[in-house]
Design a protein around this ligand. Structure first.
Ligand code: PLP
Length: 388
């Protein structure tokens, strides 16, 4: 059978080889420090788990929900006012099954075949997958060291900007760990207005930021609500990655278009998950703040510790990811990852898997406590892999 041509647009799964090797080493009894995947190891707050359990005991909760509960969209609206100083009407908010799913379907609602979408390179992989699924075309803008791993708008060719229908931006960034500067969002709004581009901001890491300034929302920027939407995931702030809770909010006609598409293929989020989300959004935020400090300690352990053994990894400014330059005696990030796993038992992700500008780097997820990070670094040093 010939499958849909769109399936041919997706590349090979490059993690398979690394994962197979990891399993083989583990079966030999080797200790592996796994910092490859961004699944937080922190516990989900009790109040969130209780809200889900309580709702799950009500037989009514097991029916099709068909919609977002009004208490849910109101809770998001209140949270945006309380946490980000953004006023947003509940009818400009919709739930999705994680930003992963939302982003995957977004272009289907907004783009036709051949439309052009500006995407960061390197980027979180679903940004590209969603665009390809819709038959649209990625137009890459690089995130490189020269410009602090931030979008550098003057380098986007005029013709590319004119052609683009939408631009995806995500700060603090996965994988590069950069954080928006005071002017970043303001410049994006001006750019979007000048070229009639929709900005889609993926706000997954506003609570994991080490600059001293609390993370915010793109939608707090004057004019952003006219040209933009934002994905707001609860996954990392509240350690609910498995529950799949995120929201799309902002420019109402855009949210309405995505909601219309979703209503064709979905009967709504499971009520107990909606109740868990409400508990998270209405609850105290002390845990979220305390957790940011724990991520900072891990960041210091990894980046500071690496520098101390001669690997010049700069501090990441935000997100739960560290973007580490591959030692100069390696040409490909994939080869370095494989050797790092074999020789030191440390697993990270090759930068090349996030886009061409990711080559030359590897990504570490801060999913181990500092003592284990120190152990991993000691193993790296003992392996001699950093020495040509
Ligand atoms: C930039 C970015 N966006 C979205 C997600 C996924 O969010 P969700 O769990 O809501 O699908 C991740 C997860 O790693 C991410 O790094």
């Amino acid at each position: 059978m010939e499958f849909a041509k769109r399936t041919l647009r997706f590349g090979e799964e490059i993690f398979a080889a690394l994962n197979e090797r990891k399993l083989a080493l583990e079966s030999e009894g080797r200790k592996i420090w796994n910092m490859s995947i961004g699944t937080p190891d922190f516990e989900t707050p009790q109040a969130i788990r209780e809200a889900l359990c309580e709702a799950a005991m009500d037989p009514e909760s097991w029916k099709y929900s068909l919609r977002d509960l009004p208490e849910l969209t109101q809770a998001v609206s209140n949270y945006y006012a309380r946490r980000y100083g953004v006023s947003i009407s509940p009818d400009a908010i919709m739930s999705c099954y994680g930003t992963q799913e939302g982003c995957g379907h977004l272009a289907l609602a907004l783009c036709d075949e051949g439309d052009s979408v500006l995407l960061p390179d390197p980027c979180y992989p679903v940004f590209k997958a969603g665009v390809l699924m819709a038959g649209a075309e990625p137009a890459w803008y690089p995130l490189n060291k020269e410009h602090g791993f931030l979008p550098y708008l003057p380098d986007i060719p005029e013709e590319t900007a004119r052609k683009a229908k939408m631009m995806i931006v995500s700060l603090p960034s996965n994988p590069v760990g950069s954080v928006a500067l005071p002017d970043t969002y303001r410049d994006l709004v001006a750019f979007a207005k000048a070229y009639d581009i929709l900005i889609v901001h993926d706000n997954a890491y506003s609570d994991i930021i080490f600059t001293g300034t609390p993370g915010g929302s793109f939608l707090a920027t004057p004019g952003a609500m006219d040209i933009g939407v934002e994905f707001f995931s609860l996954s990392k702030s509240f350690n609910v990655t498995g529950a799949r809770i995120s929201f799309l909010l902002g420019r109402k006609d855009v949210v309405d278009a995505v909601r219309l598409l979703r209503s064709q293929i979905d009967f709504g989020m499971f009520i107990p998950v909606q109740k868990a989300a409400i508990a998270a959004l209405n609850g105290p935020l002390d845990n979220v703040k305390a957790q940011c400090e724990l991520y900072r300690q891990r960041r210091d352990a990894l980046c500071g510790g690496a520098r101390a053994i001669g690997w010049p990894i700069p501090d990441n400014m935000g997100s739960m990811f560290v973007w580490a330059p591959v030692p100069a005696h390696y040409e490909r990030s994939m080869d370095f990852c494989m050797d790092l796993l074999d020789r030191a038992g440390v697993l990270c992700t090759p930068g090349s898997s996030f886009g061409p500008h990711g080559e030359g780097y590897v990504r570490f997820a801060l999913v181990l406590p500092p003592d284990q990070i120190h152990e991993a670094l000691a193993s790296i040093q003992a392996s001699g892999i950093l020495v040509p």
